[in-house]
Design a protein around this ligand. Structure first.
Ligand SMILES: Cc1ncc(COP(=O)(O)O)c(C=O)c1O
Length: 364
């Protein structure tokens, strides 16, 4: 997690010390050769029709985008069975996470989340001057929802639930989520971050679709970056009550959602069958990798539900990354906790398993 105690670098103008002390967001490493399995991206090319739609939009590059995003908003409303004002679209779900944080939590307010989870959570909490309240994951790398509910105080303005959890790939179950929501005061915003929902095959897992309109204080976040493979274009959305979404519309960076992203999302939604087939292939590949790891003798790896696997190797993280690297695999390390590896191209699987076998023997 980001440490607030680091000395702020000297700058010639006055800036907020907590921002100076905050490391900038770092993305997964690129892979000059081999496989980039460090950013939970989708290995497939864009769905049919996407490049053509983006190309058409490119001819309007001299115009600002239509910030109201009416077509994609209406389409998502139809898909989710809600009204358009119950949908918010932005330049990635990370933008929405920031918009909701800015809208809900200011100086002295608290934001509760599980840790380790998406590295953006502690970072975005600092920006509006709020306080991060990280609640340690359980020993099996899952959200401890009882402890999270217990961490809510009268200063809590936002609770983040990430399922599947990045980077541990574990899910919250429906039953756990319902029990949790029963404990959260109804005036505290809960954001269910489901960036990887499409990859989930466990019927017991929570699914925001089944929760629409059930809780007035719940916003469900989804993205086109992962299953839909549009990470480079930046588009994500939230579903919730119109009056709960409205303040987050105010905190948007104006005009940041491009027309290209909007038309690409629309074109992708037209290709539901192909999308489901691709997602199913990745889920099957993920389960096969997990089974193979168990056969290699790995213990302690949580059953993966997203398009990635978590290796809880602790302080041995740099060594593990290095073995993967030697086998042409760029994974992502999260010191002092472990390594996250994206399920990528079919051709990467053999290298992943050869490296994992070597690592298992080194760690034994
Ligand atoms: C849990 C989680 N939420 C949100 C995001 C952000 O996705 P987007 O590309 O839509 O900003 C990510 C991306 O890695 C993620 O892992």
């Amino acid at each position: 997690m980001t440490s607030g105690s680091e000395a702020a670098p000297a700058v010639p103008v006055r800036m907020r010390p907590e921002i100076l002390a905050l490391p900038a967001y770092r993305q997964g490493q690129a892979a000059p050769t081999g496989f980039k399995l460090s950013s939970n991206e989708n290995p497939y090319d864009p769905l049919p029709g996407v490049l053509e739609a983006v190309d058409r939009a490119t001819r309007q590059l001299h115009r600002y985008p239509n910030a109201a995003a009416p077509e994609i908003t209406a389409r998502l409303a139809e898909e989710w069975g809600v009204e358009p004002d119950e949908v918010i679209v932005a330049a990635g779900s990370v933008a929405l996470l920031m918009q909701f944080t800015m809208a809900a939590a200011g100086h002295g307010d608290e934001v509760v989340f599980s840790w380790r989870s998406f590295e953006v959570y502690p970072w975005m909490t600092v920006l509006p001057g709020a306080t991060a309240v990280p609640v340690p994951n359980t020993a099996d790398h899952r959200h401890d929802l009882d402890a999270m509910a217990a961490a809510i105080t009268d200063r809590t303005r936002l609770v983040l639930v990430c399922s599947p959890n990045n980077p541990t790939s574990s899910v919250v179950t429906k039953a756990e989520f319902e029990a949790f929501m029963a404990k959260v005061p109804t005036d505290v915003l809960v954001v269910l971050d489901e960036a990887y929902a499409e990859f989930v095959t466990d019927p017991e897992a929570v699914n925001g679709r089944a929760l629409v309109r059930r809780y007035p204080n719940l916003v469900v976040l989804r993205t086109f970056s992962k299953a839909y493979g549009l990470a480079g274009l930046r588009i994500g959305y939230g579903i919730g009550r119109a009056d709960v979404l409205a303040p987050a519309r105010t905190t948007i960076v104006p005009l940041s959602l491009t027309d290209h992203a909007q038309v690409a999302a629309l074109a992708s939604l037209d290709r539901g069958d192909e999308l489901r087939e691709r997602v199913a292939n990745i889920a099957v590949r993920r389960d096969a990798v997990y089974e193979a790891l168990l056969e290699q003798g790995w213990t302690g790896i949580p059953k993966p539900h997203g398009n990635f696997v978590w290796f809880p190797v602790g302080e041995r993280t740099p060594e593990v990354l290095e073995v993967f690297r030697r086998h042409g695999i760029i994974a992502r390390g999260y010191l002092p906790d472990g390594v996250r590896l994206t399920i990528g191209e079919e051709e990467s699987v053999q290298n992943v398993l050869t490296a994992a076998d070597e690592i298992a023997r080194i760690l034994r």
